[in-house]
Write a new protein. Structure first.
Length: 423
């Protein structure tokens, strides 16, 4: 449970019928190298001591939270998708093996042997390419490389950091009966994929009774000349026929994965020059980063779908109109490292939100801490704040974002390093 999402959980329909209880804290799940057995033992202790009924166990976070839900569900009799379906999504190599059985909309890919004296790109995978661990989040340890020298440099960085998430992931994989093609692969494997270009887009949906439902499509816009997210924007501006192709590809893949009674979020690229779609990755949970966007546009957050499925209800996603025509979640970043001083206080944030209607601000760094030491930063930038804006046009959303950034910068000690501006 985290406070930002608690507010969104309390905005779902029928909220008066629910009581939400935090089980494990975000920092326990996401900072450092976690111990899955220790997390499970703590969760068992809390749930065993709970005197009320345990009607649903849910999460909107990635590993390890996503994999704890089916394990806890088995023990306490709550609804969940299978652990195998979760891992088939999160293990990037296994996920690619499943995708290629039912769709062609994916890049060439292969494994990189990190144990070799001189690792080589997989046969048939050409530069430029991306190297990434089998499991990572927020683009941690993901590197774009255009030649052999950059390839070897990225391999060394991944070697040094892959165990933080890879070792705990191997514990989870040890709970499964793996197919022959995954024998000996493990959780500390590196994947290479040919670089794909175009407009990045996210598809939000769920599976219930074997039926795959897509209820939203969002654009994910990067900073210019960068792989780092600038904003998620809802609804998508892609043509309806492209959105339909994304929907069909999502349905095929999720049926192949075997997910049931669960939400998902799939990231794609669409290249308008070639009219080609490529699947980037599958997340076995809905995106909590999109909750406020659905709330602004439809009057209720997509957390509703997660809760309804976990309670055996039909989500019946037919929300009404919200206060704004569109919404975006912006990632205010610095493209250099720094120690941030005089971080805006909660009172400062509240004042900015009152001055600029339709915005919500969440600060990322702690005062006095180096930006790069904050959890889940990507490989090329450092997040300072998440800024949600609701508006009736892109121009209005951008103007609200720029006003928020200017207001935040007044509180930082010294001059902020230059960052690529909004687009």
């Amino acid at each position: 449970m985290d406070e930002g999402n608690r507010k969104e959980l309390e905005a779902v329909p029928d909220v008066a019928e629910y009581a939400f209880h935090g089980l494990l804290a975000p920092e326990e799940l996401q900072e450092g190298e976690v111990s899955v057995p220790e997390l499970l033992e703590k969760a068992y202790g809390i749930l065993d001591a709970f005197e009320g009924s345990i009607d649903a166990i849910v999460t909107y976070w990635d590993f390890p939270g996503s994999t704890l839900v089916p394990i806890l569900g088995e023990r306490y009799g709550t609804r969940h998708t299978s652990l195998e379906s979760i891992v088939k999504c999160e293990h990037k190599y296994w996920s690619r093996l499943e995708q290629q059985k039912v769709i062609d909309e994916h890049p060439r890919f292969g494994r990189v042997d990190l144990t070799a004296d001189h690792p080589e790109p997989p046969e048939g995978v050409r530069f430029p390419m991306w190297l990434k661990p089998a499991l990572s989040y927020s683009s941690e340890l993901a590197y774009g490389v255009k030649d052999e020298a950059e390839f070897q440099e990225a391999v060394e960085k991944i070697r040094q950091g892959i165990s933080r998430v890879g070792r705990p992931f191997e514990y989870i994989m040890g709970q499964l009966e793996l197919p022959p093609e995954m024998a000996g692969v493990g959780g500390q494997v590196c994947l290479a994929e040919e670089a794909i270009e175009g407009i990045q887009v996210a598809v939000e949906g769920y599976v219930r009774d074997g039926e795959v439902t897509v209820y939203g499509t969002l654009d994910s816009i990067n900073y210019p000349d960068s792989s780092s997210f600038l904003r998620h924007q809802y609804p998508s501006t892609l043509p309806p026929e492209v959105v339909q192709r994304l929907r069909v590809a999502s349905e095929r893949v999720m049926r192949q994965i075997g997910m049931e009674t669960a939400t998902f979020s799939i990231e794609f690229f669409y290249d308008p020059h070639t009219d080609r779609i490529n699947l980037l990755e599958i997340n076995p949970r809905h995106s909590q980063s999109h909750a406020e966007l659905f709330h602004y546009v439809h009057g209720e957050p997509n957390h509703h779908v997660m809760i309804a499925l976990a309670l055996g209800k039909d989500p019946g996603w037919t929300p009404g109109p919200g206060p704004y025509r569109m919404a975006a979640k912006w990632y205010y970043r610095w493209f250099t490292d720094a120690v941030v001083k005089n971080v805006p206080t909660p009172a400062d944030i509240e004042r900015i939100e009152q001055e600029i209607p339709g915005v919500q601000i969440e600060m990322v760094p702690e005062e006095g801490r180096r930006l790069s030491e904050s959890s889940q930063q990507d490989s090329y930038s450092c997040e300072l704040a998440h800024i949600v804006t609701g508006a009736d046009s892109v121009a209005e959303m951008t103007e609200k974002y720029d006003r928020c950034v200017a207001a935040l910068n007044r509180h930082f000690e010294g001059t902020p390093p230059p960052a690529t501006t909004a687009a």
